[in-house]
Design a binder for this molecule. Structure first.
Ligand code: ATP
Length: 212
């Protein structure tokens, strides 16, 4: 099976920030929100916001804007956030523990149901309520828990070896927080997250503003 080609990646990346603003407006009791208001909040062009929202299939009403509840539902459905995904975390170290404790994932249907580590002092404990198991039990647990996503927070040197185990266990997706470009079959999707790239942007912007 060929890898699914995803278009509109920048639009997809902006949708969560739209969702955040739309949720706030619902909490304030508003029924409608305009693309212009969302654009102003995020310092974007209104046309950009309207184009991005169009990919979810929702249409706004002239003068009124978008119905808030339907807009939230459309974005969540487009992102697949209206379905619960069972995830396993591999590597219960500092980063893995932080991710296990990040409450925002719950609101988006991401449920970290188990963590795995090879450190015997961590096995049998829990991180933010997520039980830590031995790596040996990983394949059987993935099947039992019906986990679709693996969050990879082991040291980079062990990333490919763990990935091979995950692939063999039938995982569908890997959220890769290591520095390694993982080799996976076409049927497995990988999203690589480089936390240092955001920091790089911050540093360059800081330097640029100092020299203005
Ligand atoms: P700590 O100091 O508590 O180990 P850390 O975040 O500094 O935390 P790292 O060296 O980044 O640790 O490793 C992250 C986690 O991955 C650790 O809990 C470690 O035990 C675990 N780990 C390392 N290698 C493997 C492996 N091959 N399989 C499973 N877990 C592993």
């Amino acid at each position: 099976m060929a890898k699914h080609k995803i278009t509109a990646i920048p639009s997809i990346r902006r949708l969560p920030s739209y969702l955040h603003i739309i949720r706030q407006s619902r909490e304030e009791g508003q029924e409608y929100i305009s693309g212009t208001v969302i654009a102003q909040e995020l310092h974007l062009e209104p046309i950009q916001v309207r184009k991005d929202l169009a990919i979810t299939g929702i249409v706004g009403k002239p003068k009124k804007g978008y119905p808030v509840v339907a807009l939230m539902a459309a974005i969540e459905h487009f992102l697949g956030w209206d379905e619960i995904q069972q995830a396993v975390l591999i590597g219960a170290g500092n980063l893995g523990t932080a991710l296990a404790g990040y409450q925002e994932f719950h609101y988006h249907g991401l449920h970290i149901c188990a963590a795995f580590d090879r450190d015997t002092s961590k096995i049998g404990t829990s991180i933010h309520g997520v039980p830590v198991f031995s790596l040996e039990t990983l394949p059987i647990q993935i099947r039992n828990l019906k986990a679709t996503i693996a969050i990879l927070t082991v040291p980079s040197s062990n990333a490919q070896e763990i990935t091979d185990i995950l692939v063999g266990a039938g995982i569908s997706a890997i959220w890769n927080f290591t520095n390694v470009k993982l080799k996976v079959p076409e049927t497995v999707v990988v999203q690589k997250e480089d936390l240092t790239s955001g920091y790089a942007m911050l540093c360059v912007m800081m330097n640029a503003s100092r020299h203005e």
